[in-house]
Write a protein that binds this ligand. Structure first.
Ligand code: ABU
Length: 497
């Protein structure tokens, strides 16, 4: 339909309800066509990159005193879609999230249409019970007895890890809630050198201090070295520090390694430490009978971070913290705001769950995931996981046979695959003294060509003393083997000397 050119809100003529309806219908059609269907079509680009100055010049970012017309607003929407990265596109493999799940999208849109805030049952009755259901089922899948325990939806995995540290700290010394950091000795937390940076960040945020995060060596496959963990616990004790928590990782951010959870659980039990598992990335593997062995021992955890927006492809954001213990979230964080959490309401106020969060207003991130889960069933989630692991194995097996590709880890455990692409001119130069320096410059160069061309998106990084390497991430089960070959072919084309 034609969009009517009409000023939005002016004193002379406020738009009518009919104008608004027409505007919403028109915009919805554009969103569906340009962002959803065109944005996920293999024939179209993943991105149309512009440098910041170019983008500023081509896009009307500036805000003005006067209202824009509906026609101008439609044009802004189209520009927003055009210049944005299409993260649902099959060839967006840059981050630990991707895909555009149809049921997730509808759930996300419905969430925004209803615009709830999940702090009290009276405001969010459906979402409160949905959260209860989904979190219980996730705990059951983790292996907590009968799905018992507690949990919350969080704004991202970093925050979920922060909540875990806060709960561990409270369990160790409940006085911290009222007396603050003065009540604490020097607490020490242990995590692998390959763990997500949020562990350090949240330790600073919570007053533990990043110096008191002891980094444990990772082995050649990126997994926490448990002997070193035990040595470091001993070192902290001998220094007069007080070990209180180990944060293990199930699916490290770059390499995709799974720490040996059974052994780490043993160390935690021996020293009385809170055992947290950051399974933000790898948690999705728990729904697969074939792959859940990667997380053996997770059922012994005190807390687990698990982000359905990663391997399970729920729309951003959908992050959870799951706990084996009941009541500790509320004990650590409640402030009993009397204006919101009145105890003399006519219904069971234990359903006013908001006070166990540190946020007040909170999006209903549960709906999109619950709706996807309903649509696919747990068996559909399992098929999705099995498919992305199959695709990853096919990609690994293929690049092992292709000249120029070299894996960082020969047998990746998860669906993030790290590799170097070595252009023909460097292939016989490995013994040259400047080989690593030259290799270090290859990935940024290929990435620049990739971004400017816009046909796929894959990230790179250096890690420890390794030269820059690519990390391609597979979590879109709509991809086929032909897509794996597409990625490989594009690397070969962009990596030409
Ligand atoms: N937890 C955020 C991970 C970001 C990324 O590497 O894709």
């Amino acid at each position: 339909p034609q969009c009517v050119v009409r000023r939005t809100a002016t004193f002379e003529s406020l738009p009518s309800r009919r104008d608004h309806e027409e505007f919403i219908r028109h915009c919805t059609e554009i969103l569906l066509k340009e962002a959803v269907f065109d944005g996920t079509n293999r024939r179209n680009k993943v991105l149309n990159f512009r440098n910041p100055d170019e983008l500023r010049a081509q896009f009307q970012f500036e805000l003005e005193p006067n209202p824009s017309t509906h026609e101008e607003l439609v044009s802004l929407l189209k520009d927003t879609i055009y210049y944005s990265v299409k993260t649902g596109h099959p060839y967006f493999a840059n981050q630990l999230f991707s895909s555009l799940d149809p049921y997730g999208l509808v759930g996300q849109w419905l969430t925004d249409a209803l615009n709830p805030s999940v702090y009290t049952y009276e405001v969010s009755p459906v979402f409160t019970l949905m959260e209860e259901t989904v979190l219980r089922e996730m705990r059951r899948i983790v292996g907590f007895k009968d799905g018992k325990g507690d949990g919350i939806f969080c704004p991202g995995g970093s925050m979920a890890n922060g909540y875990a540290i806060s709960c561990a700290r409270y369990k160790f010394m409940p006085d911290v809630k009222t007396k603050g950091l003065h009540s604490l000795p020097r607490l020490v937390l242990f995590t692998s050198e390959d763990a997500h940076y949020s562990i350090k960040k949240m330790s600073s945020f919570l007053g533990i201090g990043s110096d008191n995060v002891y980094l444990i060596n990772a082995d050649s496959r990126g997994r926490m070295d448990v002997n070193h963990l035990e040595q470091e616990v001993g070192r902290a004790l001998s220094e007069g520090g007080v070990p209180f928590m180990v944060s293990a990782t199930a699916g490290t951010t770059v390499i995709g390694a799974f720490d040996p959870l059974e052994q780490i659980a043993g160390v935690c039990e021996k020293y009385g430490l809170w055992f947290h598992v950051d399974a933000a990335w790898g948690g999705g593997a728990l729904v697969s009978k074939r792959h859940r062995r990667l997380l053996a021992g997770i059922e012994r955890a005190d807390s687990v971070t698990w982000n359905p927006h990663k391997l399970l492809t729920a729309p951003q954001q959908c992050s959870t913290l799951l706990l084996r213990h009941e009541g500790i979230l509320s004990a650590s964080h409640s402030a009993n705001a009397a204006y919101l959490f009145q105890k003399d309401k006519f219904y069971d106020t234990t359903y006013d769950t908001g006070d166990k969060h540190v946020q007040c207003g909170r999006r209903a991130d549960v709906l999109k995931f619950w709706f996807m889960w309903k649509a696919k069933g747990t068996s559909g989630l399992e098929r999705h996981i099995d498919k992305v692991f199959e695709n990853s194995k096919f990609f690994v097996d293929t690049i092992k046979r292709r000249p120029g590709f070299e894996l960082v880890i020969e047998e990746p455990e998860c669906t993030n695959i790290c590799f170097w692409y070595i252009p023909p001119s460097l292939r016989d130069a490995k013994s040259h003294p400047d080989y690593r320096e030259k290799l270090h410059k290859i990935a940024p160069k290929i990435k620049e060509r990739m971004m400017k061309e816009g046909n796929m998106m894959v990230t790179y990084q250096a890690q420890k003393d390794l030269p820059n390497f690519f990390r391609i991430v597979f979590q879109n089960s709509g991809l086929e083997k032909t897509d794996m070959l597409y990625f490989i072919d594009v690397f070969e084309r962009l990596g030409k000397d």
